[in-house]
Design a protein around this ligand. Structure first.
Ligand code: HEC
Length: 106
């Protein structure tokens, strides 16, 4: 009986650690402060006064959503000359850091 409990505990632990590792992997190289630093360039457009002029809010966005949107500009799947240029210059580490910072910012 007891060994069965230990066995299941280990399985559950493994499942959870796997999930944590997967999340970490999805945000490789992400650094909150680096993201904050990089966002300095974004807020010239993405500020509260720009919201009424077709510039969407990017804070509080889920990391996966943000990454998907940036990659869509990078691959030119989404059409916007300014954002394609912005996205073009961002590498994986930059995108992940921005994703982390913006997801934790209101
Ligand atoms: C020169 C102005 C400007 C700058 C600088 C800028 N953006 Fe944008 N951004 C826009 C505009 C305009 C749109 C809307 C484009 C569209 O309609 O597809 C947009 C759209 C986006 C979107 C999609 C939002 C959504 O909900 O669809 C994301 C994400 C984004 N920007 C992130 C960033 C990040 C991150 C930076 C800084 C690295 C940045 N932007 C810098 C003007 C800018």
């Amino acid at each position: 009986m007891k060994s069965k409990f230990v066995f299941f505990s280990i399985i559950i632990l493994l499942l959870f650690s796997n999930k944590i590792l997967a999340d970490d992997k999805a945000l490789a190289g992400a650094d909150f402060e680096y993201g904050q630093h990089l966002s300095g360039e974004c807020v010239t457009c993405h500020n509260s006064t720009g919201l009424g002029q077709g510039i969407p809010k990017i804070t509080g966005m889920k990391t996966a959503v943000f990454i998907k949107k940036i990659l869509a500009y990078k691959t030119k799947e989404k059409d916007n000359a300014v954002m394609q240029m912005v996205a073009d210059r961002l590498g994986e580490e930059e995108i992940n850091s921005l994703a982390l910072y913006l997801s934790k910012t209101k």
